[in-house]
Design a protein around this ligand. Structure first.
Ligand code: CJB
Length: 837
């Protein structure tokens, strides 16, 4: 049904069309109006939370106006759009970001002050939108920011989890998980109850003849769940473009809600159906780099893919274009394999519902999709059991079989004598039960596959996709090195540094062209500049020290070297290497003379990150860090020379405090395991140095900043296999310094040693899969170099400034540009500037 207003009445609409505030007076007016009317509060009843709500609603109004205009513009422009499908969007807070992106933070600061509030206190009321686990989810959030900033017509599609990633409490040195119910008050989402899609599960497939006598598959029976759209505006920086993130929420279908049961008095059973439907989008799976093959997760994936595709196809059909034009109007990017079912769903829509023939449909599908791989770790590669899929998605399994059979047929022609090749590349793994290999399906159904850093993109071509490179040729596989948005990770997290840089470069252009940072190298002799730089770093460390004091009660010296490792806890990321190194440092200090101690730079070792609730080894690592902290921090003999801190509940808003405060940060994964890493980029961009392995994006960071500005250590990726092989065949000798560390742990120096025995044994006598012992000596020696280097504060500072000046490459703008040009083939849609934006 057409819902547009008839021509004669449109004048009235235009006259009353909302404008949004621009001045301080208007901001105050809007904020007070929202507090008084939307929230029904008053000046006698307005706490910081109410002020946050009022200010957010004022900004939201502004965003919505540009958002509506952007959507209209994109509809009229009739050009190709990008759809970014991700099961995770780790957005963090929205208000600060909205203020900065629309360029009205100063207006808001002044306005809030007039109304009796400090802007920082208001901003900190907001609950993080934490719909993600770690790097993969945060990358999606940075990409949304860049796509809007570069004016790409782009939509994100995800799930609206009722519970985001759990909150972490540290109780007696152990992680405790607390549910994150974040939707109490969320002004940033718009429920679109009019946009509801029926999603089918289970049932069976039968064959029918259509009018033309064509044999078609019909998926019947089973159950229906409703997907309801919730839209979140994504403002670009310094542009009116405001894109959309559409999150789907599950709800019992109206058709499905059993009024029979309801009316016959079986109220509980009908409510039960309701709850079962709502379970689909209830909770984010809290695993990072791990797949557990739970049916509910597969349900989430299909629910979200089917709803998103319905939406995309509906939008396309409005254009009345021929189906062959679909890939000219639609690019769908798969963030890892989680949305792979979208490939199958589009094929189903085209063949079963729209009546295209198979080959024509499959051609459209392949041209539409592209797939980014984010890990090579076997335990993270998605495989779904055939029986589970047969039951939940019977038609999709048939389509997968057909795709596989045609693919294998093609391979057989190309490699006629290679039976083993067919077995290796089959989408269906012949195990008990059979499994659907999603990475293969994603590769076969896409026109491009990319890794997320150079080393990683090379590795996937020689490991998991080796055969596929032979089949398709190397051009299908490419690299797009990850990036981060400088708006959040410099301008928002480190406003003083951003301002200092702007004062030298003559404005904030570097925020939209990060390569401009290059010009900072001209100021390496500018004493005032360097002094201010140092003061800013110190102030950021004082702020973190204050946070540590408030949350842990431990006083740390902001003059000490802050050594930070914050990320998900995982054996491959090797927080265990870090804490074992810290113990080594502690033992060394204990054995030092007073003279030697004077020469040592005081250290604060800071850890943070969540462990997946079922990952016992990771939880043990957290417990070891806390136990070491307990001993070291209370050892008067050591004093400021060493402090060990565990920061509880690491998340995006904490990262905004932590990242600007590092002197050195640790990116020390076993070579070849960390696909890219993105926090490495954030730390360097904020004027901290890195100690790291030759892994992921560390390698490209080294290329950019220069080898003398990074502390690299450890074995190379190419040697890992041989080392592991040697370990397995008894050729393993524990590093002698590490042996002393284990002796201290086993001797009960950090509490009951039994609690750490599994952790110790995984290294000592279970093969040391992550090569902790092999890299230990190199790690310790490199930390000694860090100590030495830090003594020369002038030289250190120069390293930091030089590094920042060379970080331009790591903007997510560069990254999105590459996707747009090489993979999506989309053009930006640049709006006219309005309201000074
Ligand atoms: N990554 O966060 C996740 N979760 C996964 O399940 C697989 C990979 C991470 O993705 C980031 C973004 O590409 C990478 O920087 C990081 O190395 C990788 O572990």
């Amino acid at each position: 049904v057409e819902a547009s207003i008839p021509e004669p009445q449109r004048e009235a609409w235009k006259k009353h069309s909302a404008q949004g505030f621009t001045t301080k007076e208007e901001f105050e007016n809007e904020t007070v109006r929202h507090v008084e009317t939307t929230l029904a509060r008053s000046l006698f009843n307005c706490d910081e939370l109410a002020a946050y709500s009022g200010a957010s609603l004022a900004f939201r109004d502004r965003l919505v106006i540009e958002w509506n205009r952007t959507q209209q513009r994109q509809t009229f422009a009739d050009q190709k759009r990008v759809y970014y499908l991700s099961l995770e969007f780790l957005m963090g807070r929205a208000l600060d970001n909205a203020m900065l992106n629309v360029g009205l933070k100063d207006v808001a600061r002044a306005g809030l002050k007039d109304l009796g509030f400090r802007i920082e206190d208001v901003i900190s009321q907001e609950h993080d939108a934490a719909l993600g686990n770690g790097g993969l989810g945060r990358l999606a959030a940075c990409f949304l920011d860049s796509m809007a900033t570069l004016n790409y017509p782009a939509w994100g599609y995800g799930l609206r989890y009722r519970y985001g990633i759990f909150k972490q409490e540290i109780v007696d040195g152990y992680q405790v998980e607390v549910p994150d119910y974040w939707l109490d008050f969320n002004p940033w989402e718009f429920p679109r109850h009019d946009i509801t899609v029926d999603i089918q599960f289970y049932g069976h497939v039968s064959r029918h003849q259509d009018e033309d006598g064509k044999n078609i598959a019909v998926w019947e029976g089973g159950e229906i769940v409703d997907a309801v759209a919730f839209d979140v505006p994504i403002p670009g920086y310094s542009t009116p473009t405001t894109n959309n993130l559409r999150l789907w929420s599950s709800k019992a279908s109206k058709g499905e809600f059993d009024f029979q049961k309801f009316n016959s008095g079986d109220y509980e059973a009908s409510v039960g159906d309701q709850q079962r439907a709502e379970t689909i989008s209830a909770v984010l799976y809290p695993n990072d780099n791990l797949e557990r093959g739970k049916e509910l997760r597969l349900k989430q994936q299909y629910f979200w893919c089917a709803a998103s595709l319905y939406d995309i196809v509906r939008r396309f059909k409005k254009s009345k274009k021929a189906w062959s034009a679909f890939p000219d109007m639609v690019a769908i990017q798969l963030n890892d394999t989680h949305p792979t079912l979208a490939i199958v769903e589009l094929q189903r829509i085209l063949v079963d519902l729209e009546g295209l023939d198979w080959t024509e449909a499959w051609d459209i599908v392949q041209k539409t999709f592209s797939y980014a791989n984010h890990t090579v770790m076997p335990e993270a590669l998605e495989k779904w059991s055939v029986p589970v899929m047969q039951n939940l998605l019977p038609r999709h399994l048939q389509i997968i079989y057909e795709v596989n059979s045609q693919f294998l047929h093609m391979v057989e022609k190309q490699f006629p004598k290679d039976r083993d090749m067919l077995r290796r590349v089959s989408i269906i793994e012949e195990s008990q039960p059979q499994m659907v290999q999603m990475a293969y399906l994603a590769t076969i159904g896409s026109h491009k596959v990319n890794g997320v850093a150079e080393l990683h993109s090379d590795l996937i071509k020689t490991t998991i996709f080796k055969d596929f490179v032979k089949i398709y040729g190397p051009d299908k596989f490419t690299n797009v090195t990850n990036g981060i948005t400088p708006r959040r990770w410099l301008h928002q997290a480190n406003p003083r540094l951003s301002e200092l840089i702007a004062s030298k470069l003559g404005g904030y252009e570097f925020l939209t062209d990060l390569t401009k940072l290059n010009e900072l190298e001209h100021f390496l002799d500018d004493k005032d500049f360097k002094k201010e730089w140092q003061e800013i770093k110190y102030a950021n460390k004082v702020r973190l020290a204050q946070h540590i004091m408030n949350t842990t009660g431990v006083r740390v010296n902001p003059k000490a070297l802050f050594d930070i490792q914050v990320k998900r806890i995982h054996e491959y990321k090797r927080q265990q290497l870090n804490i074992l190194g810290v113990i080594h440092r502690y033992l060394t200090i204990k054995a030092m003379s007073a003279e030697e101690r004077k020469k040592l730079a005081p250290r604060v070792s800071i850890f943070g990150g969540k462990a997946a609730p079922g990952y016992w080894m990771a939880k043990t690592v957290i417990h070891l860090v806390c136990s070491v902290g307990e001993v070291v921090n209370n050892d008067k003999d050591v004093g400021d020379l060493l402090k060990v801190i565990y920061i509880e509940d690491y998340n995006v808003s904490k990262a905004e405090i932590i990242t600007p405060a590092s002197d050195i940060s640790e990116h020390i994964s076993t070579a070849g395991t960390e696909a890219s890493g993105t926090s490495n980029m954030k730390f360097v961009l904020n004027g901290g140095l890195i100690i790291g392995t030759c892994d992921g994006a560390n390698i490209e960071i080294t290329r950019e900043v220069g080898e003398s500005n990074i502390f690299l250590f450890g074995n190379l990726a190419e040697d890992v296999e041989d080392l592991r092989h040697a370990h397995t065949y008894g050729n393993f000798k524990l590093d002698p310094d590490l042996a002393k560390v284990f002796d201290a742990i086993k001797g009960g120096r950090f509490g009951d040693a039994n609690r750490f025995s599994a952790l110790c044994n995984s290294i000592i006598d279970q093969g040391d899969y992550y090569l902790v012992s092999d890299d230990f000596n190199s790690y310790i020696k490199t930390h000694a170099l860090v100590d030495e280097a830090y003594k020369d504060q002038e030289a250190w500072l120069e390293k930091c400034i030089t590094s920042v000046s060379r970080m331009g490459f790591f903007s997510s703008d560069r990254c999105i540009q590459e996707y747009a040009d090489m993979i999506w083939n989309v053009e930006p849609l640049v709006p006219e500037q309005r309201n000074g934006k």
